[in-house]
Design a protein around this ligand. Structure first.
Ligand SMILES: [Ca+2]
Length: 523
């Protein structure tokens, strides 16, 4: 290196422009050759190899099995998400672990079933970080393998400690569990604070206008959706009637921090810009990006260029907006020459819901669109539509396009990718199903526990068992909860819509499955 610098300086000071240029190019070539030659096996790969492809997980929020045209939607066409399915493996039995955001995200990143954590349930906007710092996670495992790791978009896994001051350093957070870079929504788009957090600080916060956040009481003089509906451009249908920002009332109270507040209409562009920036800045080393979309979660506020485009109201519009962003992101991988050796996973954190707290025409404009895709239930439900989601994996260098019925789950990314990059999986519930994920095997998991918050179902092969559970049969979003006083068993291969409870005909199978749940829970 020093020789290169000396020669460079001598060339610069003594030669004419042409000579300098030639010598510079020549020395530059030598420099490149020397630096490549000096790379050891353990220097991990500044150049991605087939054993260390880039990995991107694009994660939609509340997108249903039937919301994607490659999964059967005819009313809503998603050509860009379809590209991933058509150019890779499309899974027909792909699962999130839970029918709600936080626990599914927790499992994806931690390799831990949500029922093992008391706190793995839908978190308040000011909840502390959900993860135990120091334990292996998907990003920390990849970091150990030499990857540069980043998260962009929705987080909803808690940040900081109890009673954190949002104006100061926000930690622990993504950077403490294995991400090198983080640009995330502080909570959810329907919960305060309505800001982005970049690494350890709120992005764009003016110290002269500090932000205050409370989930207990309003700040004096601040309007709310409940008391000031005249200030709203979208009205709440249940909950979501507290602090108002950008004409939308949310869950929780906040005051100040005006310069840092996000604009819902721009959120898709903000996250896309960050995701593209991330892959541009780290294209020369293996990277992992968790690109976590906020659509079609409420409030559904598309950019004006997508408003009205679907004919299905804002829910359809924001799905088209998300699909566009996916296309822009894939195009950027192409432009950078990265597509061939980048694994792109696309999935959703739970199933669909129409009215999830705002009067946004999701029900009135649904028309013939069927977000459930023939499955039963929906978001928050024990029935299959709660967790059975679009799930696709593209890796042009290794995956031959196809369709797989293998049982696969997002919780398995840690063990599967660990096996790919030569790391040991240290998480308790993640299974190595790499061969299924890349289409080399038609066999995935044998079984899977689904649910959280005391809500448990068990899928084994083609059967789903829903043990008896107290509680209402329908919930506040008018979905079937799956609660029943009797045992439910369905063969979802023959009965996708879970219409025929066959528990009574299969007592031994039921007993065996109940025993297995206990074994897994006590493992
Ligand atoms: Ca969700």
């Amino acid at each position: 290196m020093s020789e290169y610098v000396n020669n460079f300086e001598s060339a610069y000071f003594t030669n004419k422009k042409m000579q300098y240029t030639k010598q510079f190019l020549h020395l530059g070539l030598i420099f490149i050759l020397v630096s490549c030659g000096s790379k050891t096996k353990n220097s991990t790969a500044e150049e991605p190899s087939v054993s260390k492809p880039n990995i991107v997980v694009i994660y939609a929020d509340d997108l249903g099995y039937g919301d994607v045209s490659s999964y059967g939607s005819t009313e809503l066409i998603t050509p860009n998400i379809d590209r991933i399915a058509n150019e890779g493996m499309k899974f027909t039995n792909g699962y999130a672990t839970s029918p709600t955001c936080t626990p599914s995200r927790f499992s994806l990143l931690s390799g831990i079933y949500p029922f093992r954590s008391q706190r793995a349930k839908v978190l308040a906007g000011n909840a502390p970080l959900l993860f135990e710092v120091g334990k292996q996670t998907l990003p920390s495992m990849l970091q150990d393998a030499g990857y540069f790791t980043g998260v962009v978009g929705k987080w909803h896994l808690g940040l900081g400690d109890e009673n954190m001051d949002w104006n100061k350093e926000i930690k622990p957070g993504p950077l403490e569990i294995g991400f090198n870079y983080s640009y995330v929504m502080a909570s959810t788009n329907d919960r305060v604070p309505s800001v982005y957090v970049k690494n350890h600080h709120i992005d764009g916060l003016d110290p002269k206008d500090p932000i205050e956040v409370s989930y207990r009481e309003n700040f004096e003089g601040e309007p709310t959706g409940k008391e000031n509906p005249e200030l709203l451009k979208v009205h709440p249908s249940h909950g979501h009637d507290q602090s108002i920002h950008n004409g939308i009332s949310r869950i929780g109270y906040m005051r100040g921090g005006k310069a840092a507040l996000f604009i819902d209409e721009d959120m898709n562009d903000d996250f896309l810009k960050e995701a593209k920036k991330f892959i541009n800045e780290h294209k020369d080393q293996p990277f992992f990006l968790f690109y976590s979309l906020h659509q079609p979660h409420v409030p559904r506020i598309p950019h004006p260029r997508f408003a009205g485009k679907s004919g299905l109201g804002p829910r359809g519009d924001v799905i088209l907006e998300a699909d566009w962003a996916v296309g822009q992101f894939l195009d950027e991988l192409d432009r950078l020459g990265l597509a061939e050796n980048t694994i792109v996973v696309f999935s959703s954190d739970n199933g669909p819901v129409l009215d999830d707290g705002y009067e946004d025409e999701a029900i009135t404009k649904i028309g013939k669109h069927t977000p459930l895709g023939g499955l039963r239930g929906g978001k928050y439900s024990k029935f299959d539509a709660g967790t059975h989601v679009p799930f696709m994996v593209r890796w042009p260098a290794q995956i031959k396009p196809g369709i797989s019925d293998a049982l696969v789950c997002q919780i398995d990314f840690t063990a599967s990718f660990a096996s790919l990059v030569g790391q040991e999986n240290l998480t308790p519930d993640s299974e190595n199903i790499l061969d299924a994920l890349i289409g080399k095997s038609k066999v995935g998991r044998e079984s899977l526990i689904l649910g959280s918050e005391g809500l448990t179902t068990y899928r084994k092969g083609e059967y789903i068992l829903i043990p008896p559970q107290k509680g209402a049969k329908r919930n506040w979003v008018d979905h079937e909860t799956g609660n029943d006083s009797i045992m439910q068993l369905y063969n979802v291969k023959e009965d996708r819509g879970q219409q025929f409870n066959i528990a009574e005909q299969h007592p031994e199978r039921v007993r065996g499955m109940l025993d297995e749940i206990e074994i897994i829970r006590n493992r």
